[in-house]
Design a protein around this ligand. Sequence first.
Ligand code: B1M
Length: 211
Amino acid sequence: MAELNILYNSIVAGKLEPAVEVTKVAIDEGVAPQLIINDYMIKAMEEVGQRFQDGKAFVPELLMAGRAMKGALELLKPLLKGDQSATIGKVLIGTVKGDLHDIGKNLVASMLEGCGFDVVNLGVDIPAEKFILAIKEEKPNILCMSALLTTTMTYMQEVIEALEQEGIRNQVKVMVGGAPVNEKFARQIGADGYSTNANSAVTKAKELIGL
Ligand code: B1M
């Protein structure tokens, strides 16, 4: 029986190997990926964030925890894929300029992909010009922007304004998310949609393209 508390503790302690091992056992035992992610992995990252905030953990600990979570998440990614054979829409996703957090953004990308979206993942620290270039090249239905810092979430508005100046705002729906982002903020900056987590991101994305 998979000891999922070991997964939680390993991520908090930044230990990759036991995190991966216990995840493998959980997968073999048929534990639902969503339960592993939501009840253990994300909770562990919250604990690390709390320790950081309390001055009990520092950037190296955040990095190690991120590495452990990413390693375990890699094993779960294939399981997030649904049985969708046809593409239901195209999404361009990236973390905005100045922001290097990508674990949540990648989780959103994997869920969207698993639910039938064609996903182009631009990565982190993406400036408006790069989003614009990619929109012109890839012609996505939805632009997804992620931000984890209160200092970078405001850049989302700059991207939306840049889309307007470029005359392409009406060609793409804009969805925003990330821990400091909320519905009110999304509305204020002129985004079309917002979601709190990777599951609701899929629901919102479908809604935005009329499904
Ligand atoms: Co940083 N960090 N970090 N960090 N980090 C936070 C975000 C922080 C809250 C920690 C804290 O103080 N408690 C704090 C931000 C404070 C603030 O702005 N209010 C913080 C800070 C301060 C910093 C630095 C400034 C620290 C420093 O250098 N002094 C620095 C900034 C670097 C930069 O970006 N320029 C920094 C660096 C880092 C690391 C690089 C070391 C590492 C990131 C590794 C990586 O991502 N590859 C890191 C980590 C790991 C964290 C915490 C601990 C965990 C983040 C995470 O991965 N969570 C975080 C504390 C926390 O979140 N509690 C913290 C798990 C992930 C699954 O959740 O990303 O929220 P999340 O994604 C969720 C939802 O938000 C949503 O769905 C996801 C899945 O459910 N979502 C979307 C996300 N994007 C979405 C997009 C959507 C829809 C939903 O649609 C488009």
